[in-house]
Design a protein around this ligand. Structure first.
Ligand SMILES: [Zn+2]
Length: 420
């Protein structure tokens, strides 16, 4: 690259990476100090969960001109999404969220690319995780967050997690090697009030158990939960519950219809304002990070866990230093070995390669290989080729039965396919 080209590429206003239409579209942000539009255009962001937060972040990043957005979601559109998810305004109920989001984003900013995945995050090609610049999480499931953070740790990618609950929200940016991952201090699976011990028979121990028993009563008659849009169905559960309340908790008030609906249909309550605040913070942190990743200094990314309390309009911050003991990102975490192979090789062919890297194994008890990235971890067969077992580029293979310095050790292999 000669000096002149470099110069013009560094200029926002004369960047050859931008068309004249793009230069006009982004004119106001090109004027921002420290801003580099080409850095954003060259970026790829993976958005996992295209719901309340995901749609909002996707809309923002598309409008800001991020070059490629991968949109991953297994859900379809429901009417109840429309109180906050603008990308679905003209969608049919039942259409995949990721597909509709991509379609709307193309109308919003046709200069970027939107790749939709109507799929769970495990089925998305590992190569996409390996090559994206950062991940955005707009997820409501702890399991999915855990799956995503494992990929973030292994591929050393920042992950900007967001969440909302009632009038509160949080944003946390995992920065590899700088702060803690989500496993350093694992979030417990939210305890549902539906306790295994709670059955129709037996005395309710808490007032809330009465409502659960009301629901179970309905289910025992109809083999399904009450439809919370049908008042008569909710009332059957409610009346049963309130009879129990009168008997066992005579000093406390009866349940209302609204309480019954919320208990039976446990969707997180949420409103667009909290979503918008949290998604905007996720977006702003993304924009800075994408500059950093492309080698351009633009502000600093907040490494702390941020909580927004929308009822009092305040932000709170919690420090999250790295935890050396963490089984995922700490010093006890499995080692990652990258191995490059043609897809016609079998897994046995890995054994001499690992041996060469100082690992030992009992020849009588050869190591076992497990495919980690699938929805259900699956044992890989040593005698079959990578291709036959559909082992993908960048696939993580967990190996058991290896030792190093006379100590048993867990190793993850990252498979790189030579044919690519
Ligand atoms: Zn950790």
């Amino acid at each position: 690259m000669n000096q002149d080209t470099r110069k013009s590429n560094n200029s926002n206003f004369f960047s050859e990476a931008l068309s004249s239409v793009e230069r006009v579209r982004f004119d106001r942000q090109l004027r921002l100090p420290g801003w580099n539009q080409k850095a954003l255009k060259d970026s790829t962001v993976l958005i996992v969960g295209v719901g309340g937060l995901g749609t909002e972040v996707a809309k923002n990043l598309a409008m800001a001109g991020v070059g490629v957005l991968h949109l991953i979601d297994l859900d379809i559109i429901e009417h109840s999404n429309l109180n906050r998810q603008i990308l679905f305004y003209d969608a049919e109920e039942g259409e995949p969220k990721s597909k509709v989001a991509a379609r709307t984003l193309r109308k919003i900013n046709p200069h970027s690319r939107y790749i939709w995945h109507y799929s769970n995050l495990e089925d998305v090609d590992p190569e996409i995780y390996a090559t994206a610049d950062l991940y955005i999480a707009g997820l409501d499931s702890v399991t999915a967050r855990n799956e995503l953070i494992r990929r973030a740790v292994h591929f050393k990618k920042p992950m900007i997690d967001g969440g909302t609950a009632t009038y509160y929200g949080h944003v946390y940016t995992y920065l590899p090697d700088e702060n803690s991952c989500l496993q350093c201090d694992p979030q417990r699976e939210r305890e549902r009030e539906t306790l295994a011990a709670c059955t129709l028979v037996g005395v309710p121990r808490k007032r809330s158990h009465c409502l659960l028993k009301g629901q179970l009563f309905f289910e025992s008659k109809h083999n399904r939960p009450p439809d919370t849009t049908v008042v008569d169905e909710v009332k059957i559960a409610l009346d049963y519950a309130n009879d129990l309340v009168k008997e066992h908790f005579p000093d406390s008030g009866l349940f209302t219809l609204d309480e019954a609906v919320k208990m039976i249909d446990q969707h997180d309550p949420t409103v667009i304002s909290i979503n918008a605040v949290i998604a905007s913070i996720q977006t702003q942190e993304s924009l800075k990070l994408l500059h950093h990743i492309k080698g351009i200094k633009l502000g600093t990314v907040n490494p702390e866990y941020l909580i927004y309390n929308g009822l009092v309009g305040k932000f709170f911050y919690i420090e999250k230093p790295p935890n050396k003991e963490c089984h995922l990102c700490g010093s006890n975490a499995p080692i990652i070995e990258t191995i490059e192979l043609p897809d016609t090789s079998t897994l046995d062919m890995i054994l001499p390669i690992i041996k060469n890297r100082g690992y030992t194994f009992d020849p009588e008890l050869l190591p076992n290989f497990w495919l980690m990235d699938l929805k259900e971890m699956k044992e890989a067969q040593k005698g079959f080729t990578l291709k036959e077992q559909k082992i993908r580029n960048y696939e993580t293979v967990y190996v058991t039965g290896l030792s190093k310095d006379n100590e048993e050790i867990d190793v993850y292999l990252r498979i790189l396919l030579k044919s690519r």
